[in-house]
Design a protein around this ligand. Structure first.
Ligand SMILES: NC(=O)c1ccc[n+]([C@@H]2O[C@H](COP(=O)([O-])OP(=O)(O)OC[C@H]3O[C@@H](n4cnc5c(N)ncnc54)[C@H](O)[C@@H]3O)[C@@H](O)[C@H]2O)c1
Length: 338
């Protein structure tokens, strides 16, 4: 009989509870225990999962040799401490995005992964959103020719969500890194490595927030492609990541919240010319189940992890470079390589 992996989830907020469902939907995994420092969060989770042991101190779970895999779904500034500690005792780790809020913590996690015998995945879950997967497949098949401009966004309204996670109100948590990392990672995945960035930001919506709430970043890619990311945490609209990929022979418009993407590709649809054709996709923005199942495939079959620690590090490096550029009034910043 094949091994069942004992999984623990640290952090029982919105995304931690999504991960619990991901574990329960993954046949090679057992939800072994859950953890949160807040009794309220534990009580809420226990209503749905009364038989699953819950603890307040994650170190108790790291000391348990039966635990195989740790899902780190705690606030951004906790990722480094928990991921490093779990790797040091040989646990596999699936860590929520962003890898960390800043490069010092990124370096700590990269070093711990390099020293570990276990596997690590960064949860850049947009790579599992059906609309983005379909768009990437079409780009890779050459349906829109050679990319020359790509754009994406993280358009959110934290004003509405305030109280859910007040750790987000932190002068050290730049929205370009905390949320914008999704759009940066998507563009890196689709178009290649980023070389440098110039960004501007302003502060019109969440005026009581300690950081600027909107950043526009222009990225230069190593292959000559130009990219743009808009990260706003105060815009008044439903959450989405509207993205457009422009190629020499066509264009794709896609997002993570619609049931279709749009393709303009005269060579694929000659009868339509350059008109957009709708391609249906599932809506599954937080597809943490597919993410975990991919990670389990890498663990069980000893394969490389696609969204490995270097992917997480490159994304945070690009996002923090954009944040620095914006603070310096748009000065171009070279992005650190990993
Ligand atoms: N992949 C995505 O699309 C996505 C979506 C939302 C959030 N996130 C990321 O997931 C993480 C959690 O976000 P959230 O929205 O679920 O936050 P949240 O505020 O809803 O929940 C965080 C939980 O972690 C708990 N916690 C804090 N410190 C802890 C510690 N040391 N040990 C154990 N528990 C602790 C809090 O009590 C809280 O219950 C963040 O890193 C965030 O950026 C990712």
């Amino acid at each position: 009989m094949s091994k069942i992996y004992n999984v623990v989830v640290l952090g029982l907020g919105g995304i931690g509870r999504a991960h619990i469902k991901g574990v329960l939907n993954t046949p090679s995994c057992k939800l072994y225990a859950i953890c949160d420092t807040s009794q309220e969060a534990i009580d809420l989770a226990k209503k749905d999962y009364p038989d699953v042991p819950a603890v307040k101190d994650y170190k108790e779970l790291l000391a348990d040799e039966n635990v195989d895999l740790v899902i780190v779904a705690t606030p951004d500034f906790v990722h480094a401490e928990q991921a490093v500690a779990a790797l040091q005792v040989g646990k596999h780790v699936l860590c929520e995005k962003p890898l960390a809020m800043g490069m010092d913590d990124v370096d700590k996690i990269v070093s711990a992964v390099e020293a570990a015998s276990s596997k690590f995945m960064i949860g850049q879950v947009c790579r599992y959103a059906p609309g983005f997967r379909k768009a990437k497949e079409l780009v890779d098949e050459g349906k829109i020719g050679k990319l020359f401009f790509v754009e994406s966004e993280y358009a959110h309204n934290y004003g509405r969500a305030r109280g859910v996670g007040d750790w987000r109100v932190n002068p050290l948590r730049d929205p370009m890194v905390g949320g914008g990392c999704h759009a940066v990672d998507l563009l890196r995945w689709v178009a290649g490595e980023m070389k440098s960035v110039s960004a501007l930001s302003n502060h019109f919506c969440l005026t009581d927030w300690p950081v600027n709430d909107c950043t526009i970043s222009i990225f230069q890619f190593e292959n000559g492609v130009i990219g743009k990311v808009m990260a706003s945490i105060g815009c008044v609209r439903p959450y989405t990541m509207r993205s457009v990929f422009y190629g020499t022979e066509g264009t794709i418009i896609c997002d993570n919240t619609s049931d279709h993407i749009q393709l303009s590709s005269p060579k694929t649809n000659p009868e339509k010319g350059n008109a957009f054709v709708d391609i249906p996709v599932d809506i599954n923005n937080h597809n943490v189940t597919a993410e975990l199942q991919d990670f389990m495939d890498a663990i069980v079959n000893d394969k490389p992890v696609l969204t490995n620690v270097y992917e997480g590090a490159r994304t945070v490096a690009a996002a923090t470079a954009a944040s620095l550029s914006a603070r310096e009034g748009g000065k171009p910043v070279v992005i650190r390589k990993f």
